[in-house]
Design a protein. Structure first.
Length: 375
């Protein structure tokens, strides 16, 4: 679980992310990402490296109102589409309102300080009502994945995430002379500023393992490290992004899954448990399994770990559980990995029982179970 220490400090930190060209670094490739933290003049109670609990996050389950200050309908619809990925894994709701209404997050595309940036966490809630709190740039990149990355990254800041390089567990072997030269030339920063904005790790006790695949990581060219290991832009949420944001904004625990639900998403949310809390339904690496939390042992498991892009459905049309994925052979054709082999069962529910049995129940009658199969 990534429980970072959010840097509620008095500085404007300007970090960057840029394209994943392997053989060169040029400033015209870089899309700036910065986020404003608290101004000490306006909030004298804060301090550097304050723990996350000293800076309020959004409430779990909260509806966050969002409005656009400019931009055409195409750009606005892209924001709605990609930002919604955070709602899958974080128990918050984004509601888009008209420009005349109050909004907690206020997005500009062309207006505001250049670059792509967002205020951190709930700072936008406490700001001036009409003050811009996020800028996404014109979103004119030909590569749609770059547009998705920008939106996901800045909304990550809006939910309270900071750049992954500040993670105390980060294992970046900086080539300091080149780092100072590069950032000094690019940003005009002093050595002290580079130490503060790029090199220094936070003092947080709230963090997960270092995640170079995080959407919150920014580009690091291999020449800036002593071991030649660079970190390139991610365009999708990593597994740790998904799991950690769920820990921060958890969903209510339940023991029932309704037909039509994505079981894999419910499992990512860590919310399917037996009423006594002993067993949980999990999905990982293409496998659906029931875990006994008293000894961390799997009591039932189906699926296969060799597939990519795996999803698990509880179908509304048949009541069947299906795991689908694609083989890692470049074809990207999805196939059924496993199915529960029940049919014509509608308006059913899956119940995870106190004995660790996953039962498909229709009209109070068990039709299938993980322990007995089709009944």
């Amino acid at each position: 679980m990534r429980r970072f220490n959010f840097l509620v400090i008095t500085l404007l930190i300007v970090l960057f992310s840029c394209s994943s060209e392997e053989n060169q670094i040029s400033s015209d490739q870089i899309e700036m990402c910065s986020f404003n933290l608290i101004d000490k003049k306006n909030n004298s109670t804060t301090k550097p490296d304050a723990a996350i609990i000293n800076w309020p996050r959004w409430e779990t389950g909260q509806t966050i109102k969002i409005k656009f200050l400019d931009g055409d309908s195409i750009a606005q619809e892209k924001v709605k589409k990609y930002a919604a990925e955070w709602e899958i894994y974080a128990n918050v709701n984004f509601e888009y309102v008209s420009q005349k209404e109050y909004a907690d997050i206020r997005i500009g595309f062309q207006i505001g300080q250049p670059g792509a940036w967002s205020e951190l966490g709930m700072k936008s809630f406490y700001g001036v009502p009409d003050h811009q709190s996020m800028r996404l740039g014109p979103l004119t990149a030909n590569d749609e994945s770059s547009v998705r990355r920008t939106i996901l990254h800045e909304f990550g800041h809006a939910l309270g995430l900071v750049h992954e390089t500040t993670n105390p567990a980060a294992t970046i072997n900086w080539n300091l002379p080149k780092v100072y030269e590069y950032y000094g030339g690019l940003q005009g920063w002093s050595k002290e500023e580079i130490d503060e904005f790029v090199i220094k790790k936070s003092n947080s006790t709230n963090y997960s393992e270092y995640d170079p695949l995080s959407i919150m990581h920014y580009y690091i060219h291999p020449s800036l490290t002593t071991d030649g290991k660079g970190v390139y832009e991610m365009t999708v949420l990593s597994d740790i992004d998904k799991k950690s944001i769920t820990e921060w904004y958890p969903f209510p625990v339940r023991s029932v899954i309704e037909t039509g639900e994505r079981i894999d998403i419910a499992c990512y949310r860590k919310c399917i448990k037996s009423p006594n809390g002993r067993y949980s339904l999990e999905f990982d690496s293409g496998c659906l399994f029931i875990l006994d939390n008293t000894n961390n042992q799997k009591t039932w498991s189906v699926g296969a770990p060799i597939y990519n892009d795996v999803m698990c459905f509880f179908q509304s049309s048949s009541g069947e559980i299906i795991i689908v994925g694609s083989r890692p052979n470049g074809t990207f054709l999805q196939e059924i990995i496993w199915r529960s082999r029940v049919s014509k069962i509608k308006d059913a529910q899956l119940h995870l029982q106190d004995n660790g049995d996953l039962e498909l129940i229709q009209n109070a009658v068990v039709k299938w179970s993980s322990q007995a199969g089709k009944i």
